[in-house]
Design a protein around this ligand. Structure first.
Ligand SMILES: [Zn+2]
Length: 427
């Protein structure tokens, strides 16, 4: 089992020992941020927090203020270019990424080396090995993605094709010619590749040599993931991260959720109350990076809602909890008639009916009651009337909310950029 782990000591450390390991680093990181970042110093002072006075996990999660993307963007706008959050000298930086916002994500040499190692650990956890040939299909420009991911696969020892975003046909031709074994892709792009392969007359499972896909981004219903696996004849493994807190979690060969990396403290909070949810329940991921120096991320609110954390032991031997999939973004999971509606659950119901296509949930409040309308693309000449009744019943069973209206529209008429949830109650 010599090559089962990237960092065996840390990945299999007993929970209590890991908790002490993290606590030690957390105290150092809080002190470091307070000393070196004018932003954190003033944020902590405004909250009446002194790092040395934080002596328990509970104090940390109740007293230390959260950080949001908007705060980072505003800080950089008011104090250009890198903001007061920057905790190193600008001349120490070796990498600057530019995210929409705009938001600069910057790295010192040590930060960069450690994030590449972190990504390599994530991919190794997913099952990537030195003999693999990997095609990286995310963008290499501006954002933290392609460059780090490319280096991480090479750190494992893989041969990497810097495919980049778009150009589906080219990807398929190159993967066939090189007998690529691992695909790194956003879930939606992997789906797109499957469709284009069929258009090109390929049987992706037979003509390609892919054995594994590492997928990220918006994960859709489990049935769609299985469909993708069937199309290509590969296994999918999921990773999770954000620009501010990259490569937080990666799914192991057991396929039962994404192991959190020990480098991060991960909290799951009720997005409205800002309180921890009961263990295992769904809520917003709030993440602290214990390592990064240039731009410390302390209690960073990701805006992503996870289905929850799973703390039972995993057969792979890694001891960190596993994260279940992301359900959506805060604000995109509407609370309708008192219940959260998870679009992925609606998708699961709609996916049972091959005659249905893309859908949109529209929530409004014409008078005093919430109204839920489900707009769905209908393929060909299916019997809309009987489908409507079936759908209302199946949705009620799954999401516990009764849809007030089911509106069928012709296939291909829902704009691709239309949000899955349109909440009209806020305007
Ligand atoms: Zn595992």
């Amino acid at each position: 089992m010599a090559e089962a782990y990237w960092d065996a000591r840390l990945e299999t450390m007993p929970r209590e020992e890991l908790s002490r390991w993290q606590w030690e680093r957390l105290r150092q990181q809080l002190a470091y941020a307070y000393e070196n970042s004018a932003y954190y110093r003033s944020a902590f002072e405004a909250a009446g927090v002194r790092p040395e006075a934080i002596t328990s996990w509970e104090e940390f999660t109740t007293a230390v203020p959260c950080l949001t993307k908007l705060q980072i963007i505003e800080d950089q706008r008011e104090h250009p270019p890198f903001g007061r959050l920057l905790a190193v000298k600008p001349q120490e930086l070796i990498r600057i990424y530019w995210s929409p916002g705009p938001e600069l994500i910057v790295f010192t040499p040590e930060d960069y080396a450690s994030v590449v190692d972190l990504a390599a650990k994530a991919f190794f956890t997913c099952g990537v090995r030195p003999e693999d040939i990997v095609n990286v299909t995310c963008t290499y420009h501006w954002v933290i993605a392609g460059t780090v991911i490319d280096e991480a696969f090479r750190a494992i020892g893989c041969a990497v094709i810097p495919g980049g975003a778009g150009q589906s046909r080219m990807h398929l031709e190159v993967m066939r010619a090189t007998q690529t074994t691992v695909l790194f892709a956003f879930f939606t792009f992997a789906e797109e590749l499957g469709k284009v392969a069929v258009e090109m007359g390929f049987d992706p499972a037979r003509d390609l040599s892919l054995r594994l896909a590492i997928v990220t981004g918006e994960l859709r219903a489990r049935t769609l993931r299985q469909e993708l696996e069937r199309t290509f004849g590969f296994q999918t493994r999921e990773i999770y991260g954000a620009s501010e807190v990259p490569f937080v979690a990666a799914e192991c060969s057991e396929g039962g959720g994404m192991h959190l990396d020990p480098r991060f403290i991960v909290e799951v909070l009720d997005p409205h109350m800002q309180q921890p949810v009961p263990e295992g329940e769904s809520g917003e991921l709030v993440i602290t990076d214990l390592v990064k120096r240039a731009q410390p991320s302390i209690r960073y609110r990701t805006g992503d809602i996870t289905e929850g954390l799973e703390s039972t032991p995993c057969p792979c031997g890694r001891t960190t909890p596993r994260m279940r999939p992301i359900l959506g973004r805060v604000g995109q999971i509407p609370r309708v008639k008192g219940l959260f509606i998870v679009p992925r659950e609606v998708e699961e119901v709609i996916g049972r009916h091959p005659e249905l296509g893309r859908f949109q949930l529209i929530v409004d409040r014409p008078e005093i009651r919430d109204r839920l309308t489900v707009k769905i693309e209908l393929k060909g000449a299916a019997d809309a009337l009987s489908l409507r009744e079936v759908l209302i019943r199946e949705l009620k069973e799954k999401i516990r909310v009764t849809a007030d209206e089911i509106v069928f529209v012709p296939e291909g008429t829902l704009p691709v950029e239309a949000p899955i949830v349109e909440d009209l109650r806020r305007v």
